[in-house]
Design a protein around this ligand. Structure first.
Ligand code: URA
Length: 296
């Protein structure tokens, strides 16, 4: 079973918010090894699919995508000779344009298609940093996508943290997802240097103070997994290295950290290093969580 699969044998007895939570996945070491380093190579279309560009679209559709007119109105404008493509009046209704390279003018005004929004879910592997560029030439999450800085990571994961990472060029959505006031849920499994003591559970979940800075973190949910060396944790904020610092404040070292869920999304069948586009429903769900109206 994959590390993101709920662990049916762990009962809810240690939960601090059992009614709302999802079951925690299995602890580290419980997966089949499908995510092991040897198999962690991007494979298949999901990881390598180029983001399509240069598509041909019908002229009336292009005009409406640019917000200049509805498709029906666009047809009227085309028939009236109001539409020019690459300097030539086009009156043919089925005419197609190349959405990136053709110059389209309607009633004398040039059209520009709004930049297409991209929403990507990456199964972040170890040894990849969550920035768009690195001056020390370390591998970035953008290198893994191979799409050259057109999207930005939504928040940060430490270099060696694995799991769900969203990337997008939708600034409004990203800003809200990262803002603590929207309380977006993040679930982690932390593998620790020693067994987690049950008596420490209320300290971890009750809204603790971080020992290094004295900052207070919000209440959260947690459950000790399997042999006690791993803990599942659900938090609603994203302070710098928060999970490491929470455990460290209680005397534990985090040896491995995996984000198993972010805003309801898991890596599913993606192997480490693989990515996929989000489905329209998944994007709508994200919008809903941060109280934004989808534009599609
Ligand atoms: N908390 C951490 O300590 N590290 C991460 O990468 C994410 C959350």
């Amino acid at each position: 079973m994959r590390a993101t699969t709920p662990n049916k044998s762990d009962k809810s007895k240690n939960l601090s918010e059992s009614s709302r939570r999802t079951r925690p996945p299995k602890p580290f070491g419980a997966s089949t090894g499908a995510t092991s380093a040897a198999k962690a190579r991007p494979k298949g279309a999901a990881a390598t699919e180029p983001l399509e560009s240069g598509e041909m679209v019908r002229l009336n559709k292009f005009i409406s995508m640019c917000g200049a007119a509805s498709r029906r109105k666009a047809d009227e404008l085309i028939e009236q000779g109001e539409v020019i493509v690459n300097g030539k009046v086009i009156t043919e209704l089925g005419f197609k344009v190349h959405r990136e390279t053709d110059e389209v003018m309607v009633s004398g005004k040039p059209l520009r298609e709004p930049r297409r929004k991209l929403y990507i879910l990456l199964h972040k592997p170890k040894d990849a940093i969550t920035t768009t560029q690195d001056d020390q030439s370390r591998r970035t999450v953008i290198d893994l996508l191979g799409i050259d800085g057109r999207v930005y990571p939504v928040g940060r994961l430490d270099r060696n943290t694995t799991g769900v990472l969203l990337l997008t060029n939708d600034g409004d959505l990203a800003t809200r997802l990262m803002h603590p006031s929207y309380g977006v849920e993040k679930e982690y499994i932390a593998a620790l240097d020693k067994k987690f003591t049950r008596a420490d559970l209320p300290k971890l979940t009750g809204g603790m103070r971080l020992k290094d800075t004295g900052e207070k973190v919000s209440e959260c949910a947690a459950e000790i997994l399997g042999d006690g060396l791993s803990v599942w944790l659900k938090i609603h904020e994203g302070k710098n290295r928060q999970v490491h610092r929470m455990f460290w404040s209680l005397g534990y070292d985090v040896k491995k950290l995996e984000r198993v869920r972010y805003a309801g999304l898991t890596v599913g069948n993606l192997r480490r290093g693989e990515w996929r586009r989000l489905l329209p429903d998944e994007i709508r769900q994200l919008y809903k969580q941060v109280r934004l109206e989808p534009e599609f």
